[in-house]
Write a protein that binds this ligand. Sequence first.
Ligand SMILES: [Zn+2]
Length: 247
Amino acid sequence: MEDKTDGLVLRTADYGENDKMLTLLTAARGKISACARGVKKAGAKLSFAAQPFCFAEYVFAVKGGRNTLTAASLYDGFYSLREDVEKFYAGAVVLEACEKLACEGEESSELLVSAVRALGEIAEGDAERALVKFLLSALDGAGYCVRAAECPVCGEMPAGRMRFDFAAGAFTCYGCSDGAPASETTYRAVREAQGKDAGEGGGFGGEGSGADIGDGRRRALRLLKAYFSDKTECDLAALDTFLELGA
Ligand SMILES: [Zn+2]
């Protein structure tokens, strides 16, 4: 049987002398493993398709539950991610999150679309913003949404020092829950990434400096890493490296 599907390579591992095993996120079948034969040989036609970040239409021969790569046509290889260490680690966070959130055999086109969009945005420049947006949408798709709106306890908009309640997935006033302390810049960065008004005072342009938004995004990434690990029991290790690089 032949299977044709859009896929993004999440991970590769050497297999034997000339082959690689690929882990892909596909639209139709979620996370799959596939064998790419001969791709380590010099001049192999399909070596481009057996690299992390490769987004292509893949064709597999499926036999006895095993997928063997037979053809691929490239949409985007996101090559610029390999030339810049910060972009590379930002891209690695996207792949890592996909690998941990996707299931085998489960339709995953939404996750695939947001991962590909995020890799494109990282390649073009704003890695922090792209990652905040991507993690929010990937977590939302997995059933773990993040609410940065009215405090779910008292109904007021939180301001100043506040908290993030992991169980509710929501920012609350400081006195309304016993969640993890969170800053207003974090809350604003999350709102901005969700396409909402960043908050009273006209967002990040109002008070303070333009550095607030970058600081807010880095804080939001640390919060999302903790939330991700709380919900999935998986650690986004590449995110630590990314944050250290930007520090
Ligand atoms: Zn409250």
